[in-house]
Ligand binder design. Structure first.
Ligand SMILES: [Zn+2]
Length: 156
């Protein structure tokens, strides 16, 4: 598995993210790769409508509950969060590995070393695939229209 392939695959999901957050996601992929851990990006920016559709699952729509955040109550809705999945490689193909093993915790550590907040640290709802970078802005501030600076020089 080549690093360039992992990075290429990630780009579709990284569009719509704040450029600094997208850069941190790329750095996370790269650093994990250096340790032999392959990750893919499964979610990035989500519209408020998409978030509300997810929130309805297991509540007003059939399915199981996948989020505790309704539209506007997730950093995904503001392009400041992304989700990953650790993968195994089988015959050259990436196979998502959702069982929580040491790789997930290592990815969490690497993410934190990049300044990201990791959902695996949350107390009430552990969200191991989730990373966010809030610029110190609360969701209430974001809902009120406050935005992070657009042009931040990304640290590589
Ligand atoms: Zn997430």
């Amino acid at each position: 598995m080549e690093l360039v392939e992992l990075l290429f695959r990630a780009e579709k999901r990284l569009s719509g993210l704040h450029p600094l957050v997208a850069d941190k996601a790329r750095a996370l992929i790269r650093k994990a790769y250096e340790e032999g851990i392959y990750i893919i990006i499964t979610q990035g920016f989500r519209t408020v409508e998409e978030q509300n559709r997810l929130y309805a699952l297991g509540r007003t729509k059939p399915g199981r509950i996948v989020t505790n955040a309704r539209g506007g109550y997730s950093y995904h809705n503001f392009g400041l969060a992304f989700d990953v999945c650790v993968c195994n490689v089988f015959k050259g193909t990436l196979i998502p590995s959702w069982s929580l093993d040491r790789r997930w915790f290592r990815v969490g550590q690497i993410g934190k070393s990049l300044g990201l907040e990791w959902g695996g640290d949350w107390k009430s709802f552990k969200d191991y695939p989730h990373f966010q970078y809030t610029f110190g802005l609360s969701l209430a501030q974001l809902r009120a229209g406050k935005r992070p600076p657009a042009a931040v020089v990304a640290k590589k």
